[in-house]
Design a protein around this ligand. Structure first.
Ligand SMILES: *Cc1c(COP(=O)(O)O)cnc(C)c1O
Length: 370
């Protein structure tokens, strides 16, 4: 059968491995598996949010409120924008997809950093768009600007902070860059880890209302999947000027998130203390990874997120380390598919991290190159 030709060139997104897989393949008990591969909040979900979902479970026979009125109002007030500036997606992934569909076809170009969130490129290829990447792995705005002036772009992705590396541009540098961008180029500011970044360094904070009023060609994306502990509920959002939002609305399938996801997300916004506490703990624990890397003699990228990227240079092979960890029940991300010899570890709880260091000690000993 013949299919759309653009699909010949497309890859499937490689999601973090689930606990069930390690149980099946390596015979490890589920309770002994540590999953630090998808940047979930390791402290779980706030008890009040869980309770809310349990209480409302009996309503699952009903369709959700498709206007998503209450969640949009709550987000609008959090970010000091209007409800009409907000669009809800099944994860911010879905909004990314809408942005690409809204701007790109076979004749379009998209610009991004060399090593960044894999879905940008995947969605680009699905519409046959040309992908342009900077030379550096980490975000380098000079390179972005140079390529933009030379090649142009219909859409630009800035991942602030960047997944899978963890670095983050200063907001002021981003604003200076945006002044150089044409009003017909859509700039997607992916803020999936902004809650972590602005806690660590206020200079990283993108002020969403300023962003969209000063730069009407920008859309800000946020998610409930990371700091807000709702990865399994699939809620994300886009915030932009009304003209962008109303176009993206045309691409949104009706009822794109469930009524339980809606309720959980609304409740999560009322439990900011839980989120803040887990962010504080995240950076205390991250410090232990930095110390660990120093004692082992390899480098890491200064991270503004809830994960850390350890770079092995010529000391170890990241794919080998990742596989050995997996066999011992520790799931992390190998970055060799990104052509970077590094692993990305989500910062776990104190207890999980202690176990990671112990297992990593054994694995590194075994994987040492001559
Ligand atoms: C996790 C993540 C997202 C979105 O996740 P959803 O679960 O779809 O909301 C978007 N961008 C980056 C960089 C991420 O790491």
């Amino acid at each position: 059968m013949n299919f759309n030709k653009v699909l010949d060139n497309c890859n499937v997104y490689a999601a973090g491995k689930p606990i069930e897989l390690v149980v099946r393949e390596y015979g490890i008990k589920a309770d002994d598996v540590i999953k630090l591969a998808s940047n979930e909040n390791p402290y779980g979900t706030a008890p009040k949010v869980v309770k809310k979902v349990q209480d409302l479970a009996k309503n699952m026979f009903m369709y959700p409120d498709d206007s998503m009125y209450e969640l949009k109002e709550a987000l609008a007030s959090k970010f000091e924008v209007k409800s009409s500036n907000v669009l809800i997606g099944s994860g911010s992934d879905q909004i990314l997809n809408f942005c690409v569909k809204a701007k790109c076809n076979e004749n379009s170009k998209m610009l991004m950093s060399k090593t960044t969130f894999a879905l940008y490129e995947i969605y680009g290829k699905q519409v046959g768009c040309k992908i342009i990447k900077t030379k550096d792995d980490e975000h380098n705005l000079e390179q972005f600007l140079e390529l933009y002036k030379k090649e142009g772009a219909d859409i630009i992705f800035l991942c602030l902070p960047n997944n899978p590396l963890g670095e983050c541009l200063d907001a002021q540098d981003v604003y200076e860059f945006l002044k150089e961008i044409d009003s017909d180029t859509l700039v997607v500011v992916d803020g999936a880890y902004q809650e972590y970044a602005k806690y660590k360094d206020p200079k990283k904070e993108i002020k969403v209302n300023d962003l969209i009023s000063t730069f009407p060609n920008c859309i800000y994306l946020g998610t409930f999947s990371k700091a807000y502990s709702l990865g399994g509920m699939r809620t994300g959002y886009g915030i932009a000027g009304e003209d962008i939002i109303s176009i993206l609305h045309k691409l949104r399938p009706p009822f794109n998130i469930t009524n339980l996801s809606l309720a959980a997300s609304i409740e999560a916004l009322k439990n900011e203390d839980f989120v803040q506490e887990s962010i504080v703990k995240n950076f205390v624990e991250m410090n232990r990874y930095e110390e660990y890397a120093k004692t082992k003699g390899f480098s890491y990228i200064d991270s503004y997120t809830n994960f850390i990227t350890l770079k092995f240079e010529d000391m170890y092979e990241s794919s080998e380390v990742a596989l050995e960890l997996l066999k011992k029940g520790v799931i992390i991300r190998d970055l060799s598919p990104y052509k970077v010899n590094a692993i990305r570890i989500t910062i776990g709880t104190n207890e999980q991290n202690t176990r990671v260091f112990k297992v990593l000690d054994e694995v590194l000993e075994r994987c040492k190159k001559n």
